[in-house]
Each structure stands twice: as C-alpha cells, then as structure tokens.
Design a protein around this ligand. Structure first.
Ligand SMILES: Cc1cc2nc3c(=O)[nH]c(=O)nc-3n(C[C@H](O)[C@H](O)[C@H](O)COP(=O)(O)OP(=O)(O)OC[C@H]3O[C@@H](n4cnc5c(N)ncnc54)[C@H](O)[C@@H]3O)c2cc1C
Length: 487
C-alpha cells in the first residue's frame, strides 16, 4: 500500500470528509484516516442535524461567517450528493415577556450576519404556523433546514473516494513526527505527508499536542436527547426552539424533526470529565421531557423510543462570558500542520465552508491543479419505504430481494441491507447498516431485524462470527455458543 501523501487528514467526521471531498476537486495525493470502523462515528453522528441559518452566532466571528456560507452552499451540495435536505423552517419561541427581548437580539445578530427573511411574529401567527405550540411571540426563520448528518458525512466520503482520495477506517493516529514533512504513526503503520490536517473533533487538542502545540484544551460538554416515535411527527411542522439560555452551553432544549420523520428532544448542556462519555442520565432525561412538554403539551412519555447523547468540543470553560470561536489555521510554529479546533455547533452547517477555507490555506503553500475528472454527483441507494406502490412493485418484479422486508418498523428490505453492507467505504458493522439503511431505527430498535441482518452478512461475506460487531472492535455481537445444534 502507498505510504507517501501530499496531504493527510485526521478524522472522518463531517469536517474531515468535507475537506476530503473539496480536495478531490484537485489532482492531489491525499489520505483520510479514521480511528473508528466507519465515518460519522464521533460528534458528526450525534447532533441535531440542523442547517442553521446563522442568527445565533456572534457577528464578526469565524463561526458566523462560515455558518452563513455553509448554509448557502448546503442545498446544492445535498442535491449533488443525493442527501435528504428539508427546509422546514424554525420558530424560536418566547414563553413570557422577559424572553421577548432576546428574540429581537437574535434577529439583530441574524440581520447583521446576513440571515435572510427573519421576522418576529405574534401569538396568532405562531398558532397558524404551529397549532400545537405555546408561546407569546417568536422569531421565525424560514430558511433554517434539516438534513441527515450520517448520510451527509457518508456521501461526502463516498464522493471523495470516487474522485481519488484514499480513506482508511480503523486507523488510529498514535503519534506524529515533524522533520520537514510529517511521519504519521498509526495502528496501520507509518505514513509520510507534506501537510497534516487535524480534524479530530473531540481529540483535536491531543493530536495538536503530538506536534508540540499544547495551547489548546477541549472542554467536553454533553448534550442528551430523547427521540420521539414517527407517529408524533405531525405535531409540529418545523423546528421549535426556546429562547437560548444565558450561559454559552447550548441553544436550549428544542424539538427538531428529522428527515426520517422522528422528532429529537434536546440537547441538554453539561460539562463532563471525559470526551467519550455518551451516556444518558435519568435526571437530564426527565428535565428534557418536562421542558419539551412546556413547548409542546401534546407529547407523552409513551412516545419516546430511544435516547442518545453527543459531546461538544468546547474551547471555553463552563460559565464563560464569551461564546468561543472556531480555530482554523496553519500553525505558525509547525509549517504544514493545519489545526481545526473547537469545531462545535454550527460545525455541521459550516463543514463545506470550513473545507473551502482549509483548501485555501493549502493552496497558498502548494500548487493545486484542477482535477478535470472530478464528478460532483453521488447517487444514493434506493430507500424502498419512500417509493410509491407502483415503484415498489416494479422493483420487486426486477429484484425479489426488495420483496423481503427485514426491518418491519422502518420497512427496510433485504436489498437495502445488501446495498448498505456493500458500501464503497467497506464499513461493515450493524451501526454501518443502521446509518445507511435505517434498519433498527424504529420502535423495536433492532429486536427483530438484527438477527436477520447478521444472516445476510453471513450470506454475503461469511465472516468469522467474532468479526460481527455493533460498532467495531470491542463491540462483538457474539461471545460464545449457548448450544451446538450438530450434537
Ligand atoms: C449535541 C450536539 C448538537 C449539535 N447540533 C448541531 C446542529 O444541529 N447543526 C450544526 O451545524 N452543528 C451541530 N453540532 C455541531 C456538529 O455536530 C459538529 O461541529 C461537527 O459534527 C464536528 O465535526 P468534526 O468532523 O469536526 O468532528 P467528529 O465528527 O467528531 O470527527 C472527528 C473524527 O476524528 C476521529 N479521530 C479522533 N482521534 C483520532 C485519531 N487519533 N486517529 C484517527 N481518527 C481520530 C474521531 O473518531 C472522529 O470520527 C452539534 C454538536 C453536538 C455535540
């Protein structure tokens, strides 16, 4: 395998994958390494999936600039990559007079940043837009949108791969030596590269330290969520947010529809000790539900199907007076080392703009020739449940695997599981199938379909039983036999 590259990207989150895809527009010899068994296993797979319109960000900040730019780029990019993107709009709702002032401040910031069509609306108009929501005034942002953050990251990676970028999963960076160029030591051996892009999310301060830059520290801030069953999707039309809390933790507990018709309730915002502690806690889950019910009284606990948590890579401590900004720079001390640190929200929205910025930095140091063969489009695999009855019958006639339902909750067929397992990145865990096909995402959470998915894996690849994992090494599904049927 090739071991020398012009550019090595560390991290297969949305930012690393967006950079890889942006670089693939040029004739470069680049490698992306990701320590997990798939892309989008870090923060990029654990967020609200909102394409922010830009009114939360402090005017003049890099966050504001890249948020606005990323928001503008997103519709075309999602179309090219065949990624679900819906402009559902957002209401930031004031529940009492004291909160109203904050709506005007948000609008002012949005107007200054360049957010389009923001309006303050009254109680009657809130009821017209969102009959089930309670509030006395709201900020309406019609251009706020949602996308599927997993599929978006996967699509960026697949398109980068197709256009010539190498991607290695299960490859952890252990150390970096700098001697004019870089020698990057990984669990899959050493790689040499002229540039290193540190896009390691929650671990970016540790990667930075590997080249002797120790001035950055990530403060992990956890956000917990509930997921509401699909049968409650009709309760809201767009996103419903509260007025943000004064502390710069998060944006407040909100209700966000997903492109798969669930609703997320959350996230909370608690500073924690470990960057990888994505546990949910009883106390926070109770609070989330209570706060969500104040905005949307019609929800009940029976509608909750799952919980999850994501962790913000904050560069500021708890109770800081300033919100903190993205750091995106070639280190002045280590030439060729490009640091991306503190890429918290709106990092998903900003990812395409961040990628352009990183490529601009590289262009100043290295001549990048256009890749004339660059193909911007990617075709997503079929989503059977989204087709009309006629289209479904036609598909089943051509390929009987579409006639076999594997996941009953989400109506996912055998062929979709096969497509998910034969993905271009070569990712093969249950999570990989889950993210791509949405099997296991419904009410039973895989109780019925995981054994069937395992069977399809065995049919396709005959993997040793120990190789079948939920999400990579350390999460083996089978630990031994309960009985041997041959006896
Ligand atoms: C609760 C929450 C809600 C959010 N909601 C939104 C939202 O609605 N809209 C929005 O725009 N933004 C949102 N964000 C922010 C957004 O999700 C992040 O900014 C974005 O996903 C960051 O992407 P990333 O690629 O930098 O990080 P990651 O996705 O974490 O990617 C970094 C990758 O680096 C890998 N890595 C780390 N160390 C190594 C190593 N040594 N070797 C190899 N690989 C390594 C990790 O495994 C990981 O996959 C939210 C964030 C959180 C936590």
């Amino acid at each position: 395998m090739k071991r020398e590259f012009d550019i090595l990207i560390i991290g297969g989150g949305v930012v690393g994958c967006a950079i890889a895809r942006e670089l693939s527009k040029y004739r470069v010899n680049a490698l992306l390494v990701e320590k997990e068994c798939d892309v989008a296993m870090g923060i990029s797979g654990r967020n609200s999936g909102v394409v922010h319109a830009g009114f939360y960000m402090k005017p003049g900040s890099l966050k504001a600039e890249l948020n606005i730019k990323g928001h503008r780029m997103m519709p075309k990019l999602c179309e090219e990559l065949d990624v679900p993107y819906q402009r559902v709009g957002k209401l930031v709702v004031a529940k009492n007079e004291q909160e109203v002032e904050c709506l005007y401040k948000l609008k002012e910031a949005g107007d200054e940043n360049g957010t389009k069509n923001l309006r303050i609306i009254d109680k009657e108009e809130i009821k017209k837009l969102e009959p089930n929501v309670e509030g006395i005034k709201a900020l309406h942002s019609p251009t706020s949108a949602i996308l599927d953050p997993f599929i978006f990251t996967i699509a960026l990676a697949e398109n980068a791969l197709r256009n010539g970028i190498r991607i290695l999963l299960d490859t952890e960076v252990l150390g970096i030596e700098e001697n004019g160029s870089f020698t990057v030591k990984t669990t899959k051996g050493e790689f040499k590269s002229d540039f290193v892009v540190n896009s390691a999310g929650l671990f970016s301060d540790r990667i930075s330290e590997m080249v002797g830059i120790s001035k950055y520290k990530i403060y992990p801030c956890r956000g917990e969520y509930h997921i509401l069953d699909k049968n409650k999707r009709d309760l809201i039309n767009g996103m419903i947010y509260p007025v943000p809390p004064r502390e710069f933790g998060g944006l407040g507990v909100h209700l966000t529809p997903t492109t798969d018709d669930n609703i997320f309730i959350g996230p909370s915002a608690e500073y924690i000790g470990e960057v990888d502690n994505v546990a949910n806690t009883a106390e926070i889950m109770e609070r989330l539900f209570k706060e969500a019910k104040e905005l949307l009284p019609k929800i009940s606990k029976r509608d909750l199907i799952r919980s999850f948590a994501g962790i913000r890579p904050k560069l500021i401590k708890a109770n800081s007076k300033e919100p903190g900004d993205f750091v995106i720079e070639e280190s002045p001390d280590v030439r060729g080392f490009i640091n991306l640190i503190g890429i918290e929200s709106p990092g998903l929205t900003a990812a395409p703009a961040i990628a352009e910025k990183v490529v601009e930095i590289i262009k100043k140091k290295m001549k990048l020739k256009i890749n004339q063969k660059f193909k911007p489009k990617r075709k997503a695999p079929v989503r059977f449940s989204k087709l009309s009855d006629r289209e479904k019958s036609e598909l089943i006639r051509k390929n009987p695997n579409y006639g076999e339902i594997v996941c009953r909750c989400e109506t996912v067929t055998k062929q979709e599981i096969i497509d998910a397992l034969k993905n271009p990145l070569g990712a093969r865990s249950i999570y990989g199938v889950r993210k791509r096909s949405k099997a296991t995402c419904g009410r039973c959470q895989g109780g019925f379909c995981i054994p069937k998915i395992v069977k399809i894996m065995e049919e396709l690849f005959q993997p040793p039983i120990d190789d079948i994992t939920l999400k990579g090494e350390g999460s083996q599904l089978f630990i031994g036999k309960t009985k041997d049927l041959r006896r």
